[in-house]
Design a protein around this ligand. Structure first.
Ligand SMILES: C[S@@+](CC[C@H](N)C(=O)[O-])C[C@H]1O[C@@H](n2cnc3c(N)ncnc32)[C@H](O)[C@@H]1O
Length: 286
């Protein structure tokens, strides 16, 4: 059981409800929860104890009460405390691996890996590591939380890995240093190779069979970037054609001209959203 009482915080919202005073609603729910939990709970004003957050949502006079079990947003795995420019959400990277039907026994290369999100999600998947295994959750602060049981479940999730080659390249040495620190925090550093080198020098792992190249290159949202972007895509295509023959390729981009640049017909196209921007995941066979 977690030590000490919890501070009960209530967040209330209403839409088209006759009870619309969210402050009064929050206060009443808070008093009711504090009352029900007895010695395990205190109202916020009385303590700086860890919070237990309760949500009250009312829509057309129907109210739902829920408890925040997660704390930090669920896409945060706990290891990416530093990132480069325009990092992917960890869950989006995991979704890209799933949409690309990546087989965790086969190699994976991200030639524009930034802070390493795709490579590290792939490493976690291949290692059989449960998402969020290294992070804390709000439920760990609840009265009645069984730390021993939770520890046993976390240990079960850490299955012994047989790892394929997992490589990340980026032209920016600073962002590769960040990716390496992220890999350390994730406990996956020994399973990934992260190198500061431009895309033009990207090469598949020696002696490994074909796998998946998966990346989100810069989008070039400003018009001045378009020339650079066209050069980058040409370089990507050249490298892939000459060195990654037989591999599959997945590119997440906002550039709908990508198949035209590549002169390749995608095997599949998935519309996705990245940071509020509509993007496409194109899958190709090389
Ligand atoms: C959109 S970011 C990738 C973000 C990454 N997926 C993450 O989650 O952190 C694009 C990356 O491409 C890298 N990049 C740009 N031009 C490159 C090149 N010619 N060779 C290799 N990497 C390049 C940038 O340094 C940047 O880190």
């Amino acid at each position: 059981m977690a030590d000490g009482p919890r501070r009960i915080a209530v967040s209330a919202s209403t839409h088209q409800c006759r009870l619309y005073h969210t402050g009064a609603l929050a206060e009443n729910v808070q008093l009711a929860v504090v009352d029900a939990l007895g010695k395990h709970a205190v109202a916020p004003a009385e303590s700086d104890a860890p919070a237990l957050t309760v949500f009250l949502r009312g829509v057309a006079d129907v109210f739902t009460v829920s408890i925040d079990t997660s704390g930090e947003l669920l896409h945060r795995r706990g290891w990416r405390t530093e990132a480069g420019e325009a990092p992917l959400r960890e869950t989006l990277a995991a979704g890209m691996l799933a949409l690309a039907a990546w087989d965790p026994r086969t190699p994976l290369v991200d030639p524009c890996c930034g802070s390493g999100t795709i490579v590290l999600e792939a490493a976690a998947l291949a290692a059989g590591r449960a998402p969020g295994a290294v992070r804390a959750f709000a439920f760990e602060g609840w009265p009645g939380f069984d730390a021993d049981r939770c520890g046993a479940i976390r240990a079960e999730a850490a299955v012994g890995p047989t790892m394929p080659p997992l490589l990340g390249f980026d032209t920016d040495a600073d962002v590769i240093a960040i990716a390496r620190r992220n890999a350390e925090r994730a406990g996956l550093a020994e399973h990934v190779r992260l190198c500061a080198q431009p895309l033009a020098e990207a090469a598949p792992p020696e002696g490994a069979g074909p796998g998946l190249v998966l990346c989100n290159p810069p989008y070039g949202r400003r018009s001045g970037d378009r020339g650079d972007l066209a050069r980058l895509y040409r370089s990507l295509l050249h490298v892939l054609r000459t060195r990654f023959s037989g591999w599959r390729l997945g590119v997440l981009t906002a550039a709908r001209t990508l198949p035209t640049h590549f002169r390749l017909r995608p095997a599949a196209t998935y519309p996705l959203v990245n940071g509020g921007l509509r993007v496409l995941l194109y899958l190709f066979s090389l």
